[in-house]
Ligand binder design. Sequence first.
Ligand SMILES: [Zn+2]
Length: 429
Amino acid sequence: MKISLIAERASHRAAPRSPRRTAGAAPRRGRGATLQTQGRTGGAAPQAGPHHGRRATLRTARAARCGRFSYAGRVTRGRGRIAGLLVACLVATGCGDDAPTPAPSPTGSPPTAAPASPSPSPTAPAEITLAFGGDVHFTGRTARLLREPAKAFGGAIPLLSNADLAIVNLETAVTTRGKPEPKQYLFRAPTSTYAALRGAGIDAVSLANNHALDYGQIALLDTLDSARREAFPVFGAGRNATEAHRPWITEVRGVRVAVLGFSQIRMLASTWAARDDRPGIAMAWDVERATAAVSAARRDADLVIVFNHWGQEGNECPTADQKRFAGRLAAAGADIIVGTHAHTLQGDGWLGKTYVAYGLGNFLWYGNSASTQTGVLRLTVRGRQVVRNEFVPAVVSGTGQPQPLTGAAAKRQRDRFAALRECTGLSGR
Ligand SMILES: [Zn+2]
């Protein structure tokens, strides 16, 4: 991210860490200031506590290095105000080389923050935009994309980087080490993976999937270590069960967002599940622990997102297991549930007040599989409500990249995606 801010809350952080600049991060035009906590990599376990109307202390990464405290005051919901203050502070501290570099205004007027949506009242929650993509890894033809990591996601980059928050499933270990597990498809990728994710404006990835441990626990530990080194947020896996079930917490325009990941894949589930004394992934099969983690996130965050790895490969309809788990997550307080793994799109809709998108398919993918249909799911959220859902259709191209569709092909795939709702049991708005 161009602006990386640390929210310091004595009750939430063990100790402030010097934030790393996100080298190679694409400028995010249209994004508001994003407050990023380090719930997974740097802080203590999230604690329940009041957060509406709280006071938070902000400082920019650069200002922190300059030893100057830029701004301490009330976090005002609404990106215009936050961004405006930040720009002012950055100028004031003379540390502007790390400041956001908005595009020059065509009118020649001074650069300003992106236009805000209709001015929120002081108490109204900000409207934020989220983007989700499906399964991503770098092997075979997609490994070649890492020669130019910043361009790896091709035509999908603007779709992801224009959202306030973009999340995908990272379907691989990031390591050169490890021993193959007894399974057919084995994926591992180099650390330039993070540069590719950042280059696409992706903010965090789920590791709760059926490939994070393809090369064993050592490979998962390497992945967690490299993610920490690169300050790239991951969730859904950990050095133990507590860590695997801990949400990634971030704050966007005053909205505190918790993101958790679970895998519902049966293969090797018993040996891949994180335990108190064993690294691994968070499993959907331990429903009690999964729902307890979601309930805890509910108490701590304004918005709770769950990213699952589930479904039957090639099946455009969610299984009974998927539906049952979605119901439990919704009851535990999940506001948004998205998923991947089936190598094909599955439908979306509402389960009560919870928005569910069962399957986003492959996204950046090494070979042929059930379907080349993919896309970016863009959600606009106000408070806990998804107020707008848009599926931007794309196809996994010959290079393995998500290539947005246009014209009649786009319309056909959008219609197809809408029709997939029929077998989900989900409702329209
Ligand atoms: Zn999978």
